[in-house]
Each structure stands twice: as C-alpha cells, then as structure tokens.
Design a protein around this ligand. Structure first.
Ligand code: AMP
Length: 214
C-alpha cells in the first residue's frame, strides 16, 4: 500500500504516519527525518540543507527527488510506504507519479490533515521526540505516561527540533500555503484527495484513517 499524507507543520502528519506504518507493516518515509539525519551526520548533503531547514524554506526539488528515488527503490519498501512531508511542490508530485509508474505502482490514498493555522504554533512549540526510537510527544497534548521516559522504548533522552520555534514556524506555514497548496489541488483534480479533520484528537484521527485504509 502506498499512502501520501499532507498537512501543515504541526497538523499531526508524523504521528499519524507512524501509526499507519506500524499498523499496515509498511515503511514511514519522512523527508524531514531523512534530511535531519543527514544534518546530524554532518554529511555534504546535511551541510547543504541545514541553513535552509533552519530558515523554514523548502529544500530544492532535485535534492528531495534524488533522496526519495533512492529510498523507494530499497527492499524494505516492497510492501509499501507512507510518504510524510513529501511531495511538497507540484514538480515533486509529478515526479513521484513518474517514479511510481516506472515501477508499475500507484498511490492508494492521499490524505490531507485539515487544521487551523492558529493552533499550530502551540502544537509545534510543545513537541519533542525520543532520541532512541523516534516516538513523538507533546508537553501538553501527548506527554509520555511517565515523565521523561519514552512509552515505546523506555529511552530517557529526547530531542526538540531546531526549526520548531515561532519565527521559523511562520515561514514553514508560508512555504506550505505558497508551495504545497498547489499539491492539494493536483490530487484534488485527480479525485484522489481525502480531507481528514486534523483538529480532532490524535486517537480520533487515527480511527478515521484506519477505517479508510482498512
Ligand atoms: P518536516 O519535518 O516535514 O517539517 O520538514 C522539515 C524541513 O525539511 C522543511 O521545513 C524543509 O526545509 C525540509 N523538507 C522536508 N521535506 C521536504 C520536501 N518534500 N521538499 C522540500 N523541503 C523539504
């Protein structure tokens, strides 16, 4: 199964993609996570994208498309994958269709998590991730059951993203409305886009997605 999950920063894409991937036994491919891993490794690619990510702008289509083309060709994607944070521009969406067509694949579901921009800064500024397993938390909305202990792996080290600050969030939202909104139109025109109420609670959103994906 191939799923695309779209939505602004803070709409819950990462959380829901992780749950869908676990449930469907498919791989979660987050271009943001892949880029952050490059930055953490200090690779040439990481050095190239670090500043752009910190500013809240989008990384060039060429870089993203090379990364995705390589990643979806790997064995662990044979069962399917869920794309989280990609495609973010119309050229990315068109290129994805081309890449999948070459492999005889098509997208099964395209979801948009619909949210109001005014709640996003709050959602984003409280979030953090387990450094060991990547589980996602929020200070108020989704804290670990035991303070400072990851529910999933027991890890006790957490990371907060460098770009999760109010100023960068505004730029990321702008990038979304200017460059990613046309991607919504692209899938809408194909009759593929399914809107999901991203303002609902985390478990309710998961319930809706599970119902649709079966
Ligand atoms: P995310 O984790 O999806 O919020 O992505 C974090 C940052 O990585 C974004 O603000 C962009 O700078 C970059 N990024 C992630 N995915 C893409 C993409 N598909 N196209 C361009 N830039 C991306």
């Amino acid at each position: 199964m191939i799923i695309v999950i779209l939505g602004t920063p803070g709409s819950g894409k990462g959380t829901q993609a992780r749950r869908l991937a676990e449930r469907g036994n498919i791989i979660q491919l987050s271009t943001g996570d892949m880029l952050r891993a490059e930055v953490a490794r200090g690779s040439d690619l990481g050095l190239k994208v670090k500043k752009i990510m910190e500013s809240g702008d989008l990384v060039s289509d060429d870089i993203i498309l090379d990364m995705i083309a390589e990643r979806i060709g790997r064995d662990d994607c044979r069962n399917g994958f869920i794309l989280d944070g990609f495609p973010r521009t119309t050229p990315q969406a068109e290129a994805l269709d081309g890449m999948l067509a070459e492999r005889g694949l098509t997208i099964d579901h395209v979801f948009e998590l619909e949210t109001d921009d005014d709640i996003l800064v709050e959602r984003i500024s409280g979030r953090f991730t387990c450094a060991a397993c990547g589980a996602l938390y929020h200070d108020r909305l989704n804290p670990p059951r035991v303070t400072e202990v990851c529910d999933e792996c027991g890890g006790a080290t957490f990371n907060r993203r460098a770009d999760d600050n109010a100023e960068t969030v505004r730029q990321r939202l702008l990038a979304y409305h200017e460059q990613t909104a046309p991607v919504l139109a692209y899938y809408h025109d194909k009759g593929a886009l399914r809107g999901i109420d991203g303002m609902a609670g985390i478990d309710q959103v998961t319930g809706q997605l599970n119902e649709i994906t079966g």
